[in-house]
Design a binder for this molecule. Sequence first.
Ligand code: SF4
Length: 324
Amino acid sequence: MSREILLRAEHLYKTYKTGKKGREVHAVSDVSLEIHKGETLALVGESGCGKSTLGRTLIHMLPATAGSVIYKDMDIAAMSDKQFKPYRSKMQMIFQDPYASLDPRMTVRDIIAEPLETYKLCGSREKTTEAVLRLMEAVGIPGEFLNRYPHQFSGGQRQRIGIARAIALRPELIICDEPVSALDVSVQSQVLNLLKDIQKDYDLTYLFIGHDLSVVNFMADRVCVMFLGCICEVADKDELYAKPLHPYSEFLLDAIPIADPHRRNRKRKVISGEIPSPMDLPKGCCFCTRCPYATEECRSIRPELRDIGGRKVACHHPLEGENR
Ligand code: SF4
């Protein structure tokens, strides 16, 4: 796997103002992250931990509050929408809900043609339609369905249409935002296999947002674990699944159902404690109110994301050796 860096976030923050008093919600907090060319980097964590906000902020769909996103030596986070326009085609998104993400009044032809026409890539209407037919073939939608509307397709087929639209501009990076979580289990693997095939054929890099760790296990090369807008751990998938170093990674992985009947009855780790409000983050480690290993240091000093044996971990007392 190439280690060439395609996109790099440096100390990225995203805050929202909410309510009448305009209190700040810290959705993404001091995130530094590298996405390597050609890889699938999975972003995992519980609902509301900031995964989707981070994905959108990385590709300029949301303005960053502070920090940088470096792409081709340029800080795209600092660009206006107009300055970013030449880069937009290189970064696309596949959305979670294939029912809501397609305009019900447009035919499949027009949905997939829209980005091609916006960027005037094909010249004539006939050439655009030919390009749409090639994209439909690439994602397994028969060409005779060209003039059908989204409601005439199943959920899996709609997600294929969303994938065709996302690859139409030949992007380099696609944010896959829980692309199979709204689909029946029976079609999930078909769409995941299509994403893998398309990645090879179109030379794509994925940031794959997910909460189902079995799906992440199938898709990811590396995994980034998030909690409350902060990064806990970034590691190669196999290393993380074999031995998590951050207590929150351990907790997440411990929750995966186990098929082995001999291991099924073992005691799982139970994590208690309140999840802090994103409007009032703890002074120290973001996980300190729930972590069974928290110390006074954890409650007062925020741990830096540091290199431990080739992976990145933000913890004062990582789960190393036999000391736990
Ligand atoms: Fe737990 Fe402390 Fe590590 Fe945070 S820094 S995860 S509270 S041990």
